[in-house]
Structure formats: structure tokens, C-alpha cells
Design a protein around this ligand. Sequence first.
Ligand SMILES: Cc1cc2nc3c(=O)[nH]c(=O)nc-3n(C[C@H](O)[C@H](O)[C@H](O)COP(=O)(O)OP(=O)(O)OC[C@H]3O[C@@H](n4cnc5c(N)ncnc54)[C@H](O)[C@@H]3O)c2cc1C
Length: 1010
Amino acid sequence: MREFTISRTTIAMLDPIPQAPLPHTDRLPDPYRAEAGVLADRLAALDGALDWAAVKAQAAPWVRAVRENPPPFWALERLLTEYPISSDEGQALMRLAEALLRVPDTETAIALTADQLGRADFDGASDAAMARLSSAAIALSKRCLSAEGEAPGLVARVGARSVVAATLRAVQLLGRQFVLGEGIEDALRRAEAGQRAQPRLRHSFDMLGEGARTEADAADYLDSYRQALEAIARRADPARHPSLNDGLSIKLSALHPRYEPAQHERVMRELVPRVWTLCERAAQASLNLTIDAEEVERLELSLDVFEALVARVGRECPRWEGLGLALQAYQTRAVELIGEVAAIARRHGVRLMCRLVKGAYWDSEIKRAQELGLAGYPVFTRKHRSDLSYLACASALFDAADAVFPQFATHNAGTIAAVLQMARRRGTARFELQRLHGMGEGVYREVLREGSVGCRVYAPVGAHRDLLAYLVRRLLENGANSSFVHQLADESVGLDTLLESPFARCAGEEGGPAFAPPTRLYGAARPNSEGLDPAVAAHREALATAWRQAAVPLVPEARPDEIAPAVRRAVEAFEAWNQRPVAERAAVLRRAADAMQARLPPLCALLVAEARKTWPDAIAEVREAIDFLRYYAAEAERLLAPLALPGPTGERNTLRLQGRGAWVCISPWNFPLAIFTGQVAAALVTGNTVLAKPAEQTPAIAHEAVRLLHAAGVPAAALQLLHGPGDTVGAALVAEPAVAGVAFTGSTPVAKAIQRALAAQDGPIVPLIAETGGVNAMLVDSSALPEQVADAVVQSAFRSAGQRCSALRLLCVHESIADGVIEMVRDAAHALVVGDPSDLATDVGPLIDAEAFAGVARHLARLRATAVALLPEGEDGATHTVAPQLFEIREVSEASQEIFGPVLQVLRWRGDPKAVIAQVNALGYGLTLGLQTRIDSRALALAAQARVGNVYVNRNTIGAVVGVQPFGGEGLSGTGPKAGGPHYLPRFCAEQTLSVNTTAAGGNVALFSA
Ligand SMILES: Cc1cc2nc3c(=O)[nH]c(=O)nc-3n(C[C@H](O)[C@H](O)[C@H](O)COP(=O)(O)OP(=O)(O)OC[C@H]3O[C@@H](n4cnc5c(N)ncnc54)[C@H](O)[C@@H]3O)c2cc1C
């Protein structure tokens, strides 16, 4: 492993660019506005702009020619029509393509291959070369490997190795279709050969790889971009316009490990100078340097970076017209974005290049909007709408020809013909077409036969290891049923379908989202809580306003003599509250949820101020509280409805649940709103009254939640807040004999103390629901993707400064990939911003108080004496902040204590992963477990073996969502039932069966009339 000090030579030497104040707010409309309205605008703007019959007439011969005379590599397209990615075989192929090449050890490669091929049926594949190879690999594997995916006996193992080798070759071949060369020189040579055959061909090279997770990654990328530029520049003619030379495409996420909207200031300070060095070189050689389009959340940030660069081009090399930006037509703001880019060009007196694409991250944009509970989707939800938007954008680009040189990147014959028609109508030839290497070859062979239009090929360069993520994107694109290249290869798709007018399709529909908006994710009966997107300026402003107005009210402590009367009042209020129909109590909860939703920004501000939460954590917490209220309202109506039970004739048997009495709810400071609200709501909606004791550190948030519940209709005596220390107020409440139940979330020792206190009482046996901590582990095998692991680990271990019971405490990495993974985790953790949580840029806020800080400091002193510290010390007693800490240990058993802070322990494992899980089980906790593996059968087997409440595969281990990932553990981690799950409410209830002899008042009428 490298030493901690990262060589930053290439980065540190750059001069900072003085920043002109940039308008990084409200450049663009709300990305989440209604899709229907946007679509209507686009249709109106394009009215009469195209004659689709003529478009079709031009494109149809291209399609026929490609089908009659397919280009080389057509086998892949055929393979994917035979095995669509939605089929088991397609999935297997994609998963192997994503993972197999990076697995370093044979055992895992065998297990992965068997796992994926074992479930698929490749028999009878077409005789195309690719399919033959795959079929051969699969057929062989079926003979040699067991379906379970674990290494079989010795003889079979020899066979298994051959299967893996054959499959590897198949995947490499897949990769080679999309990559022009392993190195830039190699790629340039191949590009030149292509240019000799077709002189109007240009290239834009792309250096493959995952986005940078660390400064070292960013430095490596910068070097590889520079080397590529040098090589391209050597072959370019600086006297020519950049559209006539080859160029380079770059990803800003590769050049900075924190290329995120929240890190705006740092990105502008550090990233812009890096990119500028590339601009300078591209300008000298008159090359086209294009910034690729990435996720929507980075759009506004990318515009700010872009404008800073354009401003400097304007000052230092205004004659260079080669700086470019890729724009995604699937974004609902795409047309406005083009207007903004043109405005930037005009503002700084520079001409730019603009590559129009449809967009490559559609599925992840949909998922992010759903996860954040946003008001809508930032992308169109139907493919033909993106096609239409593309044409509206094309028109806008032609209109902005004074400022930008349009570059149209698509493989869709209809889209290409439409763009050509637009150009003809305007009498312009000042544009180019673009395609990806390995895609659209057939169509472009035909398109380039006539006319003089130029075509640029986006040409990925890199070793096999680096192409995996790119390969998966391309397979998705080639394999999706709706994709043009997929349909082109499928001869059963007729010309009318293939070249159907997007106008006709869009005009004929109502325009709303194709599937439920994020707020309706759980159906109409339970609205999803709505979130905010900190990447959007207007949303950030709502938080900033709330912050300016935030005040933390002083909540008086309950005096000892107030406890017993409060319990008495709660007991007296029980009867009436329990008698209220469940629908009424549920309605009260829903009103409280709506009130919280309406007050989301001020509640977030209170969480930041009192609980020292970061803004993203605060938003997630308010949403969780809202979800608890709505979920338990719905669950109560379902569960508390009388249940008719079968029995003998002449009798009616029903079971019903009802409240038990007065409950004590004791909640922690780490989720002072969500856990507090969850406990209280569950107790109330089932008919109980509540004595709520919040954590001493966070009474104001609890006070606000209680105020909202009272305002929503909970009687004052049915919910009373009793703030004060646990050992006085908490202990006194638990000791009250009239208490009917206790819900507690907190540490294991306090839970045990409560259990003992309850057991010591005479009288009824009082139920206790306890949710406590955990020593949560994550097991990573060698099929896992290190970048995905690093993201998941950093979030799980260090978000909320590690102050979550679900936080990752122990990372177990397979020895064959441990060096790289540990280094990446370490450097990514070191790149986190530690500090004031009210600053949006802060990742790791302070620990909750001096006591918590002292506790973590004690553990750190112990670990520094017994384990290998991998990160520098970073405790600050004045602010109670602790910078992320990473220690390497040797045995699972060394991590037996829960450290409630940003402290992660890591160890290397070898051999059988089941043995690791057995050791984790032996720690006695049972809350969360993370598994990172591409071997599905292994993930399932390990999950079944693990004695934990929540298992997360190939993702982070925090942020359980109400009703989606019910949360809670076993063993030392708690009693269950899981919060936010279907079994939670019954624990708060007494059960009663009602058996009525229906014949007592006469005969058995039911039997006679049956
Ligand atoms: C030279 C070049 C450079 C590229 N650079 C980038 C880049 O920088 N950033 C980037 O994101 N992509 C980039 N792409 C990829 C591009 O965004 C498209 O994914 C790809 O070109 C497929 O679009 P198409 O027009 O060729 O095919 P088509 O089959 O006509 O369109 C497929 C596209 O439609 C959209 N789509 C699919 N399903 C739906 C749906 N249900 N609702 C709405 N829209 C849907 C998606 O954008 C999908 O990629 C580039 C492509 C090329 C050719």
C-alpha cells in the first residue's frame, strides 16, 4: 500500500484562477416541474419544423441496407436481441461483463461464472461468432460446474478453469467492440486507419475508468488526459478549425474526487485550474475538448466550471473555438440549457462546440428522484419524448449557430435524418454528426455515402479493467427493447415502428409521467415524504432561509414531583383515546405528517442547530418522521380492524387489537425527530397514551414534534413530554407501576437496566421494545467493484459522524483486493470535509457532546496502541469533531465494542467467507450487515447465515426507509420487532377475542338458511 502522503505534484503546481463572482443560482428552470407542460412547449416550438414523411423516406433505405448487409460486430446486436437484457441470459451476460475481468483470484472467478451461467439458458444461440463463443463457454460450464456456484471437485475444477477462460475471452471480445485501443498511441493508429478509409471521420478520444474517488485518482486522470492531448496534438493541424481535427472528451468527475454541488467553492478553486491546463494545450493545437455530460445533479456545477473556463478562453485565447460541452436531451431543461450555453459564449466573446446526446444515465436519474422523494423527474419518462426533445434541442442549437458549433451524437437513423433535414432547410453545413465506436457503424456507413457531412467517433481508450462500467452502459443501451440499435438488429421490428414519428406519439398522449412520480411511490394510500434536492439553487435557498430564522427554544426539565401526576393523567386519558375509532387516530397522524411536510426546512434547521446534523442527514430524518406517521396510520387501520376467525356453526369469533395503556417512549439524540416520532406515533395510533422522554441533548426537536401532534388533534394528556436526564426522569418513569409498556432506543447497557427495573416490579409483566446498537460489518469479496465499495463504506461509516446504530464499524476485505480497496477507502475518507454542520459542504459534523467525544477519544487511544492507524489523528476537543479514522486489525474479535463515532476498523480475510460471517455472528450483536459481491448465490447464502436484522447487498448499510427496509436487530442489538415494518404495531397492543354464541337467543338461523 502507498504511504499516506499522496503525490500531488501535477495538481499542486497549478495557479489558482481568480474567480469572478458567478451566477450559480437560477440559471435554469426547476428540473422537477411537470413533464406534460414541458412536452407541450417542445411540441409547440417544433410545429412545422419537420416533414416526418420526408425524414422517413431518407432513413428507410439506410435501415434496409444495414439489415441486408450488416457491418462487422453485428453479432453483438444479434446476440442481444436473442438474449435481451431483461432475460436471465442477458442479465448473466451483463453481470459477467461487469465483473469477471476484474476478479483476481481463480476461486472467485469460477464461483462467479458458475453463479451467472448456472441460471441461464444459452442453448440454441445463433451461429454468429459472439454467440457461438458464449454458447461454447456456457455449454462447457454447464457440464463442469455445479449450479450453486461453489468450486466443485478436482477433476471438474480443471474443466471449470477452461470455462472461465472461455467466458473471459467472450467478455474481452465484447469489450473490444467498444474500445478503440488499450493506449492512446494504439488508438490513434487505429483511428488513422479508419480515416484513410473515410476521410470525413474524426475522433474524440475518451480515457476510460471510474470517476475519481481520491486525489491520487484525479492526479492519474489528469496525467492520462495530458498525455492523450499531447499525442493527439502531435498529429493535428493547428491551422485548422477544431471540427477538422481529432479531439478529447473528458469527465469532470475523473478530475476531482469531490465533484459535487455541495463542494462548489472547492471545486471552483481546485478543479477549474486542472481543466484549464487541458484547455491551454487543446487551444494551442486547435483541438476540440469536450466536457462529457454526467448526472443531472452536477449540471449547474458543471455550468459554473464551464463558464469559468470560457471566461478565461475569452481573455487568453479567444480565437480557439474548440471548447465544448455535451448536453443531454432527456433532461426536461435541455432547451433552456442550450440557451444558457449560448449566452455564456456570447458573454465572453467565444465560440464553443456543443455535443447533443440523449443521455446515458436515465435509469439512475429515475432512481435518485425516487430515493430523494422529489416532486417529479428531471428527465422525460418515455423514450419518444427524449427523441422529440432531441429535435427541439437540435433546432435550438442551429438557432444559436453564431455562438456554438452543433455536434449531433446519435445512432438513431430517424433522428439523424431529421437533423439533416433541419440543416438543409436552414441551408447550413456548419455542424457534424457523432457516433460511439462500436455502435451505429452500419447506419453511418450509409449516411456518409452521400453528402459532405462530417462524423466524429467517440473512441474510448483503456485497458480491460477500466472499461467495465462503460461496457455495462453500452450493453444496456444495445440491449434495451426501446433502443434504436436494438430494434434495428431485430428484423421483426418493421420500418414503420423503427421510424415512427416522435411527434405523432407525443401529440397523441396526455404527457404525464409514464410511471408514478416519486411522491406516489407507495401508491395513492400512502404518499411518500417529499424531499429537497440540495443540488437545486431554489431548494438550497429554502434551507438557507430556514437557517437564518432558526432558534432553539429552551425546554424546561420535568421536576421529580411531576412524574407520578403525569403518569396518572396518561392513565386517565387512556380510556377515551383508546375508544376513539382507529380511523380518527390515523387521521390525526396524517395531519401531523402533513404539518411536518409543510415545515420541512424549519425542522431541518432545528436538527442542524440542536442535533448538529448535516443538511442531507437532516432532510432524510424529517422525511423518515413523516413516513413513520403515514405508515403507522395505514398499518393501524389494517391491523386494528376486527379479524373474523373460522369456527363451529352458531358462533361468531373475532380477534381485535387495542391499546394497552400508558407507554413510556425513550428516544435517542441521534435521530431525535424520526425515532422519537416513530415510537410515539406507533403507541398513539394503537390507542395508547404516551409519556415521551426525549434525549437530554435534543429536547427542542421533541418539543416541536409534540407541538405538531397536539395541533393535529392528540389530546394534551394523551401525549406528554417529560424532558430530563435518563437516570432521574427516565428511571422514574420506568419505575412507575401504572406504566403499560416501554419503547426504548439507545445503548445496550441502558436497555438492560430498564429490563431489570421492569422485572423487579410486582404487578403486571410490562412489555419492553428495545432497539440498541451494533458492531456492524461489511464483507467484501474479490468480485466487488472497489469504487462501489469505497462509496458504500464512506457513507456507512462516516455519515452522521458515525453516530448511527446502523453505521459500519468493521470492514472485512478479501486479501486479493485488500490493498487497493483499503487505500481507496482511506483516501476517500480523508477527502471528507469535517466541520460545521450548517455549512452545506460539511460531510462529517461534530459529535453530539463532550461526553461522546471523550468516549470516542478513549477508544482511539486504545486502538492506536493495539492496531495499525491508517489515517492521521484528527480530534478537536473544542469543537468535538473527529476526522474519519481507519484502523487495520487482525481478528474480527478485536472489534467487539461499538464505537459511536467516525471510526472504522478493517481486516483482510481469505478462505471461506462463511467463516467470517460466523465470527461476526459470534460478536453477539445483530443489527446490520453489508455484503459486496457479484456472486448472487453467495450473497443469499451469507445473508441466510448472518444473525442480523438488516442485510444490504452491494450498497451502503444506512438509511433504512420506513416500510421498505423495516429496521431493527436481534441479540445484543435489540428485542425487535422492526420499526417501520408490518410487525411493529401489534407489540404495542393487547389482543382480545370476542366469541358470541349466536344461537343463544334462539335457533341457529345461519345453519337453517345455508
Ligand atoms: C458521440 C457520443 C457521445 C456521447 N456522450 C455522452 C455524454 O457525454 N453523456 C451522456 O449522458 N451520454 C452520452 N452519449 C450517450 C447518449 O446519451 C445515448 O445514450 C446514446 O447515444 C443512445 O442514444 P441514440 O440516439 O443513439 O439511441 P436511441 O435508441 O434513439 O435513444 C436511446 C436513448 O433514449 C433515452 N431513453 C431511453 N428510454 C427512455 C425512457 N423510458 N424515457 C426517456 N428517455 C429514454 C436515453 O437517453 C437512451 O440513451 C454519447 C453518445 C454518443 C454517440
